[in-house]
Design a protein. Structure first.
Lengths: 159, 958
């Protein structure tokens, strides 16, 4: 696991990101993206710094961060695999795909493999219904999942 | 009697003047443009089912219960978010709507516990009511699967279930009952303006979260109670309701804490107070409250409250409980003996700003008619006496010029020496609401108070001036306005004396009053002064709100005059949205001043030397009044030390803790032969008392309080006095014991006497107040409905008077021995000397007074946060713990005075305002150093206090 940076370090790196993006209209989401990019997640210690800088309450920042599933409270694995669980994919067997993947990776949804190789997450529609069942690995979409493609995915994340 | 019912219209009222007519279920209704269909329907008497809507907050449209059908429109829009339109035809109950509502309700109930019978909100639950309204008979979904209701599902831990949060002393948060309507979150944002709550997560995961998934007590929550009031279920419930049960009747009364004067419904079960709920028709608070008024009433039943009269020969003796008869006869005899022995003027009294107008009137009457002298004073001496003087001189009345509603029309708010979010929280919320809508803010304060910058509020200009330089800085603002030609010439020519203005203008224009010179001595950036002045003069309606940071200085009266000059020069007087507004500290400090509590004034601010005024009272009271002013509080204490003043009747004020230079006060009290303290508790002054008369709380008597906007509000008795007599009855009995033929049967008769003798109260009576709700004085033939805004067509004194305001630095200066400046103030959860709030759970937020010190000053002295420090001035020393913060500037330290064991006033000096003797609490030169523990004074004092509070065990019953 990556070491968690100390809270003072988080504060100073957060402050730099805020400084850069504060001038935007509606700066909160871009700042949170910037922080997630910087730390790989949105550390809890960053939230009061954002609240103070934007002159909003800590509760408001917390509300926004928890509303969006893409903002992580903990660092993800080296790879992030998102498996679509929405209606179209379900009708094309994504439940079975999910079960298989969980078994192959030895983790459940919202979990990260012990070796830090991969994080598995459900996602609700990738806009790829025509190619269901679908997934997204590190930002790249993959359509028409089948056993063969699963094996490829597992091999890649384990490599 | 029953509960006072208030209609919830669902959405706030529209202020539009244009009217719109529509039809709701066949009934025609006309409402202002911009009104929601929901509100219009309620106006027509038709209640549309709703859960997420309540009229204290804006429409949200999330619960989908208030849907309606509109002829000619598709779908089923929500009535809370859809505004009315001319000729609109609305149907609130159709087959389709009924089905939708039942379906929505069924989903709500499928994730809500069915423990209605044992639920604290049983009988007061909107979810329960709406389930009944929509005719829910069946929940088809069952409770299997995901829910927030059960700790375990089939024996397996349910991670969606959350434990109750009971961390707040006054209310609980039970997430299992939450329907996520967001009413609490919106109330916290829109009504209170704290933004302490949010909805965390999304979809079925959503829950209310204080702060960042914290406990309420650890979050930014200020415990104002707005969320509890907004909650439609038992999710947020008062602990008192959980403990006692639902109230069965309620009475509208007025809070007895600060000068905002909030109206509350005291909700009762029998004579037991279940809860205090802010009253929407209350014109000062408009349905809002703070942690003190809403929750901190537990002192009235605190075990330390004294319920029996007590006397003792010497203050070193233990107290002896006696009958009312004995206590009052003893007091009367003592006072008469002292007067016989030392002269008519050797006794006096102090009226209370905590008691009602009627009680205050009686105390000054007792002194003038019974003691036959004018030795009456009140605690306003130590707070807002410079306001009375300054505004009297410039405008002609000793009071604020506006009502609180005026803030809604203000464009530029200037706050000087006031900390409204802590000391006047309900008004601060109204102010913050206006600021969030775009009004600009200027703050003059040595500290960076919360209003300077907090969520969604930020002052355009904060002038962190050095304590003691108010006059210089306010005059520098005027300098900019005059020299840059920003004054309102038309207003000045019409309303003020032009020659006086020119004289004043030539004075403020002098180079020594320029921001560049003043900035140097006040440690303020001159550009900030210039910016603030320009903004105030040109930003539209400018209103000045000020507090004790203005008055409690050796030049307090001068600053008040400078403020009045500023308002007149910019034409900011005489209409809504502007004005000069003292934020008064105590519930009835305005009233106690109005009631003739000062040694030189009869009720209505009429000088004692006026023959016509004395005639009125002399003929009514059948005595000859002394035409010379009597002694002020500091004079009484000086005279006591000199041996010519021997007896004092103190109603509801703790002068030992609240007045400056504690040692001098103690010496004065110790030199007297009969000190009578009339109070709820054995306060610090009572340590030097010979007679203790137990007081009654605001819940136990009828009367009126007058708030900072001159509003006369009714106080209504909801329970019998636990001590047996209301305070006005005690004073009356004392007067009778002294031989006066008083015979008031009810406080309304006292008010009738006040109205009969005081022109500005001429039309006030209890019947009239019941009819009007409340009125703002002057209330007489000229202004039968009272006077929300003063000086509309001209100043009360005729022409507004400009007076030069020369800055004279206080004699209290820093030097090598005392290099720091101490200033004092308050905190939200505590009230004044804390006699009441320290005896409630509010102590959880502030269990001790701390010394705020800047990191630089702390580092120089090797102090860490939380260290015990010794605070020394020329007057004395005390110890307390340090709180290191950059809210104070370097060179300035700050503390509160809520706790007697700290005794901040041991430190303060006896310098005072040149005009009114108001003490200079806000500036004391001090030194701070590390300490090992309590000072010698604190140890001696503690010892003396403990000794003095002994009460002898009762002898066997006769």
């Amino acid at each position: 696991m990556t070491m968690q940076p100390a809270s003072t370090e988080i504060a100073s790196r957060t402050a730099a990101i805020i400084q850069e993006l504060k001038g935007l209209e509606g700066p909160l989401l871009p700042i949170l993206h910037g922080i997630q990019e910087e730390f790989g997640h949105v550390p809890q210690d960053a939230l009061p710094v954002i609240a103070e800088a934007l002159n909003i309450s800590k509760a408001e920042v917390h509300g926004v961060v928890t509303f969006y599933h893409d903002y992580r409270s903990h660092p993800a694995g080296r790879h992030v695999l998102k498996l679509c669980q929405a209606e179209a994919c379900q009708s094309m067997g994504s439940d079975a795909i999910a079960a298989k993947l969980k078994q192959l990776l030895g983790i459940g949804f919202h979990e990260t493999a012990r070796d830090g190789s991969v994080t598995l997450e459900p996602v609700y529609c990738l806009g790829l219904c025509a190619c269901a069942p679908s997934a997204m690995l590190d930002g790249e979409v993959i359509g028409r999942l089948d056993d063969e493609k699963l094996d490829e995915i597992v091999a890649e994340v384990r490599s | 009697m029953g509960l006072v019912q208030e209609i919830d219209y669902g959405t706030p009222a529209s202020t539009s003047e244009k009217q719109v007519t529509l039809t709701v279920d066949g009934f025609t209704v006309t409402v202002p443009e911009g009104t929601s269909i929901m509100r219009a329907s309620m106006e027509a008497g038709i209640a549309i089912p709703k859960l997420c809507a309540t009229d204290m907050v804006d429409a949200f449209g999330s619960c989908r219960l208030c849907l309606v059908e509109i002829d000619g429109r598709n779908g089923t829009p929500s009535s809370c978010t859809t505004p009315v339109a001319p000729g609109m035809v609305v149907h609130t109950q159709t087959g389709r709507l009924k089905d939708i509502r039942r379906g929505v309700m069924e989903l709500y109930i499928s994730d809500h516990p069915l423990d209605c019978l044992t639920c604290a909100a049983n009988g007061d639950c909107e979810l329960q009511t709406q389930a009944g309204v929509v005719g829910l008979r069946d929940v088809r979904y069952g409770y299997e699967g995901d829910n927030h209701v059960f700790k375990k599902n089939d024996g397996v831990e349910n991670f969606k279930w959350m434990e109750k949060d009971e961390s707040n002393p006054y209310f609980t948060y039970d997430p299992s009952k939450c329907i996520v309507c967001s009413r609490c979150v919106r109330a916290c944002e829109e009504v209170q303006g704290t933004f302490a709550l949010t909805i965390e997560g999304r979809g079925f995961e959503s829950r209310v979260s204080p702060g960042m998934h914290q406990l309420f007590i650890d979050s930014e929550c200020v415990s104002c109670g707005a969320c509890v009031q907004a909650c439609p279920t038992a999710t947020l419930s008062e602990k008192s309701v959980i403990k006692i049960g639902q109230p069965e009747h309620s009475v509208v009364t007025t809070c007895a804490y600060c000068g905002v004067g909030c109206s509350f419904k005291a909700e009762m079960r029998g004579d037991e107070l279940v809860r205090m709920v802010p009253y929407k028709d209350g014109k000062a608070n408009r349905g809002h409250s703070c942690v003190k008024g809403r929750f901190a009433y537990g002192y009235s039943t605190h075990k330390e409250r004294i319920l029996n009269p007590m006397i003792r020969e010497k203050v070193t003796d233990p107290w002896r409980e006696v009958s009312w008869e004995e206590a009052l006869t003893h007091t009367a005899n003592e006072f008469r003996r002292i007067q016989y022995q030392y002269g008519r003027t050797s006794i006096g009294g102090i009226t209370s700003s905590r008691c009602t107008n009627e009680e205050t009137y009686l105390v000054q009457k007792l002194i003038r008619q019974g003691f036959r002298n004018n030795n009456v004073d009140t605690c306003a001496r130590v707070c807002h006496s410079p306001t009375g003087y300054g505004l009297g001189q410039t405008f002609g009345t000793s009071a604020g010029t506006q009502d609180f509603d005026s803030i809604e029309k203000t464009d530029v708010v200037m706050i000087i020496g006031a900390n409204p979010t802590d000391a006047h929280p309900v008004f601060a919320s109204r102010m913050k609401k206006r600021l969030r809508k775009g009004a600009k803010l200027i703050v003059l304060d040595p500290r960076r108070t919360d209003i300077v910058r907090s969520a969604h509020i930020e002052a355009q200009h904060h002038l962190p001036l050095k304590p003691g330089t108010n006059v210089a800085v306010v005059t520098a603002l005027a300098h900019v306005i005059v020299t840059e030609g920003l004054f309102d010439e038309a207003f000045i020519r019409e309303r003020c004396d032009w020659d006086e203005f020119q004289d004043w203008a030539s004075f403020v224009a002098l180079p020594e009053n320029s921001p560049e010179v003043v900035g140097q001595l006040a440690n303020v950036d001159p550009e900030e002064i210039r910016g603030a002045a320009r903004l105030f003069a040109t930003g539209g309606n400018g209103a000045i709100y000020y507090g004790l940071g203005v008055t409690e200085h050796s030049q307090g009266s001068t600053t008040v005059i400078a403020i009045a000059n500023l308002a007149m020069a910019t034409g900011n007087i005489g209409r809504p949205g502007v004005g000069v507004n003292p934020l008064r500290g105590q519930n009835n400090v305005q009233g106690s001043c109005d009631m003739g509590s000062f040694p030189h004034e009869l009720p209505g601010y009429r000088h004692i030397s006026g023959d016509a005024v004395r005639d009125i009272y002399e003929s009514l009271w059948g005595i000859k009044l002394d035409d010379e002013p009597g002694l002020r509080i500091p004079n009484m204490l000086d005279a006591a030390v000199d041996g010519s003043f021997k007896g004092l009747y103190v109603q509801g004020e703790d002068i030992l803790q609240s007045d400056p230079d504690t040692k001098h006060v103690a010496a004065g009290l110790a030199a007297m032969e009969c000190v009578v303290v009339h109070d709820l508790f054995l306060n610090e002054t009572a340590n030097y008392a010979h007679v203790f008369l137990p007081g009654s709380t605001f819940l136990e008597k009828d009367g009126t309080f007058t708030n900072a906007e001159r509003r006369i509000n009714r106080v209504r008795k909801v329970m019998a006095p636990r001590n047996g007599l209301a305070d006005w009855e005690v004073t009356q009995r004392l007067a009778q014991a002294m031989g006066l033929a008083w015979n008031y049967q009810h406080p309304s008769e006292i008010m009738d006497e006040i109205a009969k003798t005081t022109p500005s109260f001429a039309k006030v009576s209890y019947d009239y107040l019941d009819k009007m709700g409340s009125v703002q004085w002057p209330c007489n033939e000229q202004a039968p409905e009272g006077t929300p805004i003063m000086h509309i067509d001209g100043f009360v004194r005729g022409k507004g008077k400009f007076i030069r305001t020369e800055y004279v630095a206080t004699d209290e200066r820093t030097g090598p021995r005392f290099p720091l400046l101490l200033t004092t103030g308050r905190i939200l959860s505590q009230y004044n000397v804390g006699a009441q709030t320290r005896r409630t759970d509010n102590i959880m937020w502030h269990s001790e007074d701390r010394l705020e010190i800047h990191p630089h000053d702390a580092e120089n002295r090797g102090l860490r946060d939380g260290d015990w420090v010794r605070l020394t001035s020329r007057s004395g020393e005390t110890t307390l713990r340090a709180l290191i913060t950059d809210k104070v500037s370097p060179g300035v330290v700050y503390t509160t005075f809520h706790h007697p064991d700290t005794q901040a006033n041991v430190i303060t000096t006896d310098f005072s305002d040149w005009a009114t003797n108001c003490p200079e609490y806000k500036v004391t030169a001090v030194q701070v150093g590390a300490s090992n523990g309590p000072s010698e004074w604190q140890r001696d004092y503690d010892e003396q206090a403990r000794n003095s509070r002994r009460i002898a065990t009762l002898e066997a019953a006769e």
